[in-house]
Design a protein around this ligand. Structure first.
Ligand code: 2PG
Length: 221
């Protein structure tokens, strides 16, 4: 058996300011750093073999704080490092080192024209219901942005083709990512319907555990 841990990054500076963030690469707030450190304490004795994160700094900071508490050196393996044969060989990793794969497949939903806008201002301008549809429905796209379905369609192939094989090889995996990319992953794992997905909210910096056994992922209680 192996396991999967999903963690949404700690509060970012734009979460704090209540602004749509999407692919804008803002860092954690002071509270977000504390949330990530609290999460690290919770995970301190949990054995992690391989880590996945997005290309965005708030998720990467969260992951690195978690690994630091375990006294692990996370080493980013960049796909572009063609000359860097060393990092292509996981056997070269020391006991206290773990590989980190970062991919834009795990990025937050692209929020299009809403990025940077204050969420309350958007509700005042477009109405509460419309903003809720943009933020939480499965199919509705925010202006020039991605619907959750679009996010799902880039996140889930990566999850199935790159992340799941690690668990098939008996590795314990952590994924540090974002509210909507993780809502996609949870929708897939837990088979949540399009109608029910708007109800799923993820707290910042709170790990979710799944066990992987006989090819099946199950929520660990
Ligand atoms: O602004 C964003 O990028 C996301 C996550 O913080 O917002 P929401 O929860 O509204 O989808």
């Amino acid at each position: 058996m192996s396991y999967l841990i999903l963690v949404r990054h700690g509060q970012s500076r734009w979460n704090l300011e209540n602004r749509f963030t999407g692919w804008v690469d803002v860092p954690l707030s002071e509270k977000g750093i504390k949330e990530a450190m609290d999460c690290a304490v919770e995970l301190e004795n949990v054995k992690i073999d391989v880590a996945f994160t997005s290309k965005l700094i708030r998720a990467q900071e969260t992951l690195l704080l978690i690994l630091a508490k375990q006294n692990k050196t996370g080493i980013f393996l960049h796909e572009s490092d063609k000359r860097d044969k060393w990092s292509q060989h996981p056997s070269r990793f020391e006991e206290n080192e773990i590989p980190i794969f970062s991919s834009d497949a795990l990025n937050e939903r692209f929020y299009g024209d809403l990025q940077g806008q204050n969420k309350q201002d958007a509700k005042d301008k477009f109405g509460e219901e419309q903003v809720f549809r943009w933020r939480r429905s499965y199919n509705v796209r925010p202006p020039s942005g991605e619907s959750l379905k679009d996010t799902y369609e880039r996140t889930i192939p990566y999850f199935k083709e790159v992340i799941v094989p690690q668990m098939e090889n008996g590795k314990n995996v952590i994924v540090a990512a974002h509210g909507n990319s993780l809502r996609s992953v949870i929708k897939y794992i837990e088979n949540i319907s399009d109608e029910d997905i708007p109800k799923l909210e993820l707290a910042t910096g709170k790990p979710l555990f799944y066990s992987f056994e006989n090819g099946e992922l199950k929520k660990a209680e």
